[in-house]
Design a protein around this ligand. Structure first.
Ligand SMILES: Cc1cc2nc3c(=O)[nH]c(=O)nc-3n(C[C@H](O)[C@H](O)[C@H](O)COP(=O)(O)OP(=O)(O)OC[C@H]3O[C@@H](n4cnc5c(N)ncnc54)[C@H](O)[C@@H]3O)c2cc1C
Length: 473
């Protein structure tokens, strides 16, 4: 990329305080933009992007910068924050659609949807700290992705500003049969979702909604060993397909280190001393079936050697929020400790690999051995185990620990790919996981993706450094 020219566009702010305020996300990386833009309309976005394209000035979109992989960080050029484009435009209960600007806080958006009597099922742990647009552009997912998948299938349309300032709308085809052209292009919405700001700037998003579930139960089951917890998850998944099934909508792991982290924060919730693993679960059910459904869960916990008598069942919304607060405390605490380690050259590194559920037991075993042997520092294992997607968060105290953590994670990613999994299932590649892309895809796939990028972003100004190595000028 050429040196940044004089940034004399009227909507660009070069105040050093503002630039610094937009220089960090949750990854621990720092990227100082030369200027910040906070447009209020799609027309402003298009005007600015066209202006930047003509001068080859990089433009990196930012939501609320909760990324853990540096994807909203502008390493120079313009940080284009969507924070002022945060209107909820419409909720249409009959069509079960919602239309919003990308900068709306996802938690605020979901609350408005719930108040309209509907349900948006995508639930990243960070939902109150991220935007709808950021979630769309990272194909975000969450605990309930076990049942509902990531955000991609819920996105019906996106208004986009492409890398040369052109505007376009991509809309999901409503047929379930289509033989025109290559599969990856048949629904261009699918191409744009998860593109990490590299193909266009979203200025309006339409998503599909569901009727609000009649009710649900949630709880936390404790186990004396982590392998017992894994068996419980696989058995719950198997029974979900059977007739006397439990029907989980999420299955979230807490390992022994995670339980040690939450114990002092658990308040009135009892985290039993003998527990070395726990699974947080939810199931949707009508209030009059709650007791039966709960009995099915307790039977399953017992059958899988769980500590059934210690199971926490959330009997009120307040208790469920408490459990969710504890779940959120895991990445939040590790991120905080990672920030504190930065002065010594350390940071938190989180894995995001996933494997098919049948392989998650051996994968956790191998990854644990790699973390012990190659890293040797403090780490926790937690998260979306129902999707074969537990996170390992490694806390590197200094530069030496960081190098070792990187080696261990690289080896884990190789193993995940060998087992038919992925190197990143949720947070995207950003600037921190580029080295793993080649572990998963042959060169021709990466070449095909970069040629799509060249078509939509001919000057190569959008989010340089995300997914692919930045192109030299
Ligand atoms: C404590 C914690 C827990 C987390 N838990 C989860 C989780 O459970 N599941 C999960 O998926 N993620 C999780 N994340 C990661 C992160 O919150 C998500 O990736 C989130 O969707 C990012 O949204 P954001 O608004 O913060 O976007 P940002 O971080 O600002 O940006 C993310 C990417 O989207 C692009 N982008 C943002 N807005 C636009 C736009 N309008 N047009 C084009 N590109 C855009 C940016 O360029 C960047 O590439 C977690 C993060 C933290 C800190």
């Amino acid at each position: 990329m050429a040196p940044t020219p004089d940034l004399a566009h009227p909507s660009l702010n070069r105040d050093p305080d503002i630039r610094h305020a937009h220089s960090e996300d949750a990854s621990g990386l720092v990227g100082l933009p030369d200027a910040v833009a906070r447009p209020t309309s799609a027309a402003e976005v298009a005007d600015l992007v066209a202006w930047c394209a003509a001068r080859r000035v990089p433009v990196t979109a930012q939501g609320l910068r909760s990324s853990t992989v540096g994807s909203p960080l502008a390493m120079g050029g313009v940080a284009l924050s969507l924070e002022k484009m945060d209107r909820l435009i419409d909720i249409d209960p009959a069509a079960r659609l919602a239309i919003a600007e990308p900068g709306i806080n996802l938690g605020v958006f979901k609350k408005a949807v719930a108040e309209a009597g509907l349900f948006f099922p995508v639930d990243p742990t960070s939902e109150n700290e991220c935007t709808l647009g950021g979630a769309v552009m990272t194909n975000a997912s969450g605990a309930r992705s076990y049942r509902y998948g990531a955000i991609r299938p819920w996105v019906e349309a996106i208004d986009l500003v492409l890398g040369d300032g052109r505007t376009t709308t991509v809309t999901r085809s409503r047929t379930n049969k289509n033989t025109v052209g290559y599969f990856g292009f048949q629904n261009p919405v699918d191409l744009i979702v998860g593109s990490e700001g590299t193909l266009g700037i979203a200025t309006r998003v339409v998503v599909r909604l569901l009727p609000r579930p009649a009710g649900h139960l949630s709880g936390m089951a404790f186990f004396a060993t982590l392998p017992d917890a894994v068996v419980f998850v696989q058995e719950a998944d198997r029974r979900a397909r059977g007739s006397r099934a439990v029907q989980p909508r999420c299955l979230e792991l807490f390992d022994s280190g995670s339980l040690d982290l939450i114990r002092p924060r658990a308040g009135s919730l009892n985290v039993p001393a003998g527990a070395r693993a726990a699974i947080y679960f939810e199931e949707e059910c009508a209030p009059n079936t709650l007791e039966d459904r709960l009995a099915a869960w307790l039977t399953l916990i017992e059958a899988c050697q769980g500590m059934a008598d210690d199971t926490i069942v959330a009997t009120s919304e307040a208790q469920e929020l408490e459990l969710k607060r504890l779940r959120h405390a895991l990445p939040a605490t590790m991120n905080e400790q990672g920030r504190a380690a930065r002065a010594a050259g350390g940071m938190k590194l989180g894995t995001d690999w996933a494997v098919p559920l049948e392989s998650v037991g051996p994968m956790i075993e191998t990854a644990t051995r790699l973390a012990d042997e190659m890293f040797g520092g403090f780490y926790i294992r937690y998260g979306h185990i129902g999707n074969g997607h537990p996170h390992f968060n490694l806390l590197a105290e200094d530069a030496d620990g960081l190098a070792k953590a990187r080696q261990a994670i690289h080896a884990m990613c190789l193993e995940a790919v060998r087992l038919g999994g992925t190197v990143t299932a949720e947070h995207g590649v950003g600037k921190m996981k580029r080295e793993y892309v080649a572990l998963q895809y042959p060169v021709w796939v990466v070449d095909a993706m970069t040629s799509v990028k060249r078509t939509l972003d001919p000057a190569g100004i959008l989010a340089p450094g995300n997914i692919f190595e930045p192109t030299p000028s």
